[in-house]
Design a protein around this ligand. Structure first.
Ligand code: FVH
Length: 290
């Protein structure tokens, strides 16, 4: 049984990955702990491997997408020497440290290793808005970037296998911060009957778009270390204190806003009231690693 690519793990994401390869006419072998999940892909032309080691042996490129790095190791351990000479692309979510350890384990067995972060949900796979981050072996990425491009826009970040996970989580942190603000805003507007859909499309999204335009300047302040405010300093923003007071008065918890509010106040108390908001980063970074 020989194919161009093997996909191990056919959950919501693994199924989307294998489906994208099949749609691109790539001979694909699939394996999943629960075999029934492979049926639809086999009906579309995928080859079903009887075991995970068979899936590894079937293709020069092996993509794994399961729940947790311990599961990746559990699945691949029996494959042992079969990994030699192949490229392992691990798209499972994990930490940078887990990625580095997994890379070491794969390289010890003679495999090329790419760690990846999928910045997409399954329905976005193979569409231009899907971004997939990769890090690890540059040679492995160059060899397979065309095949992998069928999943979405690939971004190779560098030889450190931990980079894809690091940037994946940085992007997730930005996303969750935005979602937190969205939930707080919609709850507050809703206290006077403003519907979420109308408020979001007509007011919140235009407002957030204009605020996103200020991020490049904030990034420049962070890179330069020059936070001197020109028009909306921390002292003014922290003194207002109205977001929390208005939220509580309207019966909406301010706990999604409270952490940033406290940091802004602490920065002002530390003598940085004349800085812009970007200055708050100095209170959260360069801390001893946990
Ligand atoms: N779904 C998403 O939107 C996100 C997008 C960003 C990246 N994530 C990561 O992708 C990994 C897989 O996520 P998923 O959504 O496919 O997850 P499930 O649908 O729950 O499928 C889980 C697969 O993992 C297999 N599995 C779990 N435990 C074991 C085990 N002990 N031994 C072997 N396989 C295992 C499971 O097999 P089965 O339950 O079907 O037999 C599924 O194939 C994940 O890292 C996300 O963070 C997705």
């Amino acid at each position: 049984m020989k194919s161009a690519i093997s996909v191990i793990g056919l959950g919501a994401m693994g199924t989307a990955l294998a489906g994208a390869f099949l749609n691109n006419g790539i001979q694909t072998t699939v394996w999943n702990r629960t075999p029934e999940k492979a049926a639809a892909l086999v009906a579309r032309g995928a080859a079903r491997a009887g075991t995970a080691p068979d899936a590894v042996s079937a293709s020069p490129l092996v993509v794994v997408c399961v729940l947790g790095y311990s599961v990746v190791r559990e699945i691949l351990e029996p494959a042992g020497d079969a990994l030699a000479g192949r490229v392992l692309v691990n798209l499972t979510t994990g930490t940078p440290e887990e990625a580095r350890r997994m890379s070491g384990w794969a390289v010890e067995r003679g495999a090329g290793y790419l760690d990846g972060g999928i910045m997409a949900i399954p329905s976005m796979i193979a569409r231009p808005e899907a971004v997939l981050l990769y890090s690890g072996s540059a040679e492995a990425y160059q060899s397979h970037r065309d095949t992998l491009s069928g999943l979405g826009a690939g971004r190779y970040l560098g030889e450190d296998p931990g980079l894809a996970s690091l940037i994946d989580h940085a992007l997730l942190a930005g996303m969750y911060g935005m979602f937190g603000g969205f939930l707080h805003a919609v709850a507050l507007a809703g206290t006077e009957g403003v519907e979420a859909t109308e408020f979001t499309s007509s007011l919140l999204i235009p407002w957030l778009r204009s605020m996103i335009a200020s991020l490049p300047e904030m990034a420049h302040q962070i890179d330069s270390g020059d936070y001197a405010s020109k028009e909306a300093n921390l002292a003014m923003q922290a003194a207002n204190d109205t977001v929390s007071r208005v939220s509580e008065a309207q019966g909406v918890s301010a706990e999604l806003f409270a952490p940033l509010d406290a940091l802004m106040k602490r920065r002002v108390a530390g003598g940085h009231g004349g800085d812009d908001l970007a200055s708050v980063i100095e209170l959260i970074r360069n801390r001893p690693a946990a």
